[in-house]
Ligand binder design. Sequence first.
Ligand code: BES
Ligand code: ZN
Ligand code: ZN
Length: 490
Amino acid sequence: MNFNITSSKLKDIKSDLEIIIVIDKNLQHKTVKDKKLLKKAGFTGSQDELCHLIGKKRLYVGAENLKSAAIRAAVATAMRSLTGKKAYKTVKIAAYVSHPRCSASIRAIAEGAILGSYTYTEYKSKKLKSPVKTLELSLEGYEAHEITMEVAARAVHNGEIAAEATNYTRNIVNTPPDDFYPESMAKKAKKLAKELGLGCDILNPKALKKEKMHTLLAVARASRHDPCVIHLSHKPKHAKKVITLVGKGLTYDSGGLSLKPGDYMVTMKADKSGASAVIGIMKAIAEMNLPIEVHGFLGMVENMIGGDAYKPDDVLTAKNGKTIEVRNTDAEGRLVLADVLCYAQQEVKADYIFDLATLTGACVVGVGHYTSGIMGFSDEVKALVGRQAKISGELATALDFNPYLAKTIKSDIADLCNISNTRYGGAVTAGLFLSEFIDKDHKEKWAHIDIAGPAFVEHVWGENPSGASGAGVRMVLRLLESLAREQAAH
Ligand code: BES
Ligand code: ZN
Ligand code: ZN
C-alpha cells in the first residue's frame, strides 16, 4: 500500500472512497455530511461500527475518541470491510490530529490501514485480498497543529514498518505445523539477516549438546524435526544500550506424553508466537535502523509424543546446572526458555532482557484473551513495558510475583519442579520458574511477557484479524523505540 501525504483539501483529492471517522455520537460534527442517511441506517457511531454509503463513496466508521488506539482500530475495521471489493483502489482520509505537533494519529492511521488489510490466504483456492493500493492522507484543516510534511512522513514510515512486521509475524504464526517447523524458522532468519544485514547464528542439535542445553533437547526428542536456537543480532555502530529478546518457538505443542485433550490441542501451531514476534521485531528495528544493539534468541522446538519422548518423572539438568523434576510434559515452554535464557545471558551482557512466550493457559484464564501478562522483579521495568504496550495499541497488565508462590515450584527430589503444587496462579508460577534461570545481575533488568491470550484469537478484534495477531511485535517495538530515544537524549 502506498501512502500519499498531502495538504490538498479532501474534497479535491480523487479517490474511490473516503473513510470518515465519527467520534461525535450525535453526528453533529462538520465532517459528518450525511447525518440524515446515517440516522436512517441506524448508525450510532459506536467504536468500529460501519456504514458504507456506496453511492456517496463514503465509508463511515465509529470511534470512541480521538486517541490512537481508537483511530487505529476504526481505520483497520474500515479497511477490512473492503476485502475482496476490487473497485476500491484509492482511498482518502483526513489526518485526525488531536494535539499540536503530535503525529500519533497519523502513525495510527498507517498502522490501522496495513493491519486491517491483512488476510491469510495461503491455503485458500479463492484468495480474497485488500484492493487498496493507495491511501491519500490529507492534512487539510490541521494547519494550526503545526505538523510538517517531514514529521507526518516519518510517522507514516514508522507505522508502516511496525504494521508490516506485525503482518510478517502473523504469517509465520498462521502457517500450519506440517509446513513450519524449527528448520523453517532458521531458513526465514537466514533470509531476513541477509536482506537486512543482521547477524545470524544457528545452533543445531550438536551445538545445543555442546552448550549443555539438555532441557530444550529433552522436549525436542520425540519430534522428527530437529530443534534449533537462532541468534539474530542488530549491532549499529556507537550503540550505547544492549537489549536481549528471547522467544518461545514451539512450532507445535501436542503436550507431549501429558497429551493435550483434542480441543485444547487445536491452535497449538500458535505456540511459536513468542519466537515469531521476536523475528518480526528484529525485522522492524533493522528497517528503522534503531541506534541500539538488539539480540534476538529464538528457541525452536516441536513437542511431540513417541517412544523417545521425555516423560513425567524424568529429572533434567538445565544449562545453568539446576535440576528439574518433570511432572507434566505440557509445561514444556519453560523448559525450552530456561536453556535459551541461560544461553542468551552467557552470550550477551544486556541492559534489558525481555522474553515473549505463549507460556500458560492460566494467563488467558486470568486476564482474558486480549491481554498479555507482564512479570518480573522490577516494578520500573514492568511499568515501562506496560506504558509502551499501551502506546502501541496492545493490552498488557502486570502480574506480580510473591514469595509464597515462589515456594510452590520446589521439588522433593530436584532443585525445581516444572509445575506448581497449587492449581492457582499458573501464569505467575511459570514466570517464577523462568526467574530461576535469570542471573543475579540480570534480575532487575528482566521482564517476562506471557502472550498466550492475544497471540491467537479465533475472531476479529479491533485491528486484529481472526487467527494470529502478531502480539508482542508492536509492544516491544515501541519499547525499543523509547529506549533508543532515551539513549539519544543522554
Ligand atoms: N502452550 C501452552 C500454553 C497455552 C495455552 C498457550 C493456551 C496458548 C493458549 C503451554 O505449553 C502449556 O501447555 N501450559 C500448561 C501448563 C500446565 C501443564 C502447568 C497450561 O497452561 O495448561
Ligand atoms: Zn504445553
Ligand atoms: Zn506450549
